[in-house]
Design a protein around this ligand. Sequence first.
Ligand SMILES: NC(=O)c1ccc[n+]([C@@H]2O[C@H](COP(=O)([O-])OP(=O)(O)OC[C@H]3O[C@@H](n4cnc5c(N)ncnc54)[C@H](O)[C@@H]3O)[C@@H](O)[C@H]2O)c1
Length: 314
Amino acid sequence: MRVLVTGGAGFIGSNLVHALVVGGHEVGVIDDFSTGKMANVHPAVWLRHMDILDPTLPDVVAEFAPEAVVHLAAQTDVTRSIADPSRDRAVNVEGTTAVARAAAAAGVGRMLSASSAAVYGNPESLPIAEDALKNPINPYGSSKLEAEAALAEALAGTTVDFASMRFSNVYGPRQDGHGEGGVVAIFAARLAAGERPVIYGDGRQTRDFIYVGDVVGFIVCALEADSPLAGPMPDGPAYNVSTGHAASVQQVAAYLSAASMVLKQPEFAEARNGDIADSVLDPGKAASALGWSAGQSLDRGLAFTWRWMCANPS
Ligand SMILES: NC(=O)c1ccc[n+]([C@@H]2O[C@H](COP(=O)([O-])OP(=O)(O)OC[C@H]3O[C@@H](n4cnc5c(N)ncnc54)[C@H](O)[C@@H]3O)[C@@H](O)[C@H]2O)c1
């Protein structure tokens, strides 16, 4: 398959691109390197260094002529989304529309677009299913929710099959601490520097941490699915991509400390305003529609991540 990956130089994108190349697919990458790194880009890919908002995007997508598009490029920093909500919205909403229109014009068969657990905000109950109330609590979450609608609008009446992927907190090799879900990368970097991880609040807040290899597995499964993704299921063409298991931030610090053998007790700092107490996404729809489920346990995933960091110091 010819697969175009926007944001292919970033954390999730570069892991996906490596897996696709190794799997024998022809892969194109579009990335503006705002957070992505050239060192992440597999040498075998067709690469264009550009902003997805560039008006020449349709020509560039047509030049690669993909059969499928995986749209991961985004402004992913919650703090930056608060400081500059209009840039966040431009990249995440208008950028998704631009990629979707370019994909449709190029005759793409399927488009997968990254969304986020941030669309739900503070949940009413756990685990959160796709049709739960959406009440984002920051501009990043709002732009991701709007991007889902923009994707559906841009592709309505076209032959492109599409889905939005609501990732929970993704961690693993090639992550750095800047974006969403960066707590693992931040803790690991502090341990590597011989420093204590800093936990905001009491550390009992929980998240649904998913290993990036499992996210890549979901995307490959969705790309290869025989039946359309955008079926009449709960909440339209949106899938939670998650483990369904809660882990506390304290547990992450303890597992990383064990994996690294850097036995540093975490330091506690005042809880940050607006932090969600608990978030776990129900991955049942992905299991029933695609037969996919996350396989990596948190302790092993964190051990892999630590080993990768040690072998690839930045
Ligand atoms: N990492 C997580 O835990 C997580 C959780 C939920 C959702 N997501 C979503 O998954 C996707 C990938 O996230 P990530 O963690 O790999 O982030 P990342 O920042 O590592 O990757 C994003 C990539 O997009 C590129 N990019 C940004 N703006 C661009 C633009 N205007 N034009 C072209 N390229 C641009 C960046 O250079 C980078 O390579 C994003 O859409 C993000 O919102 C991530």
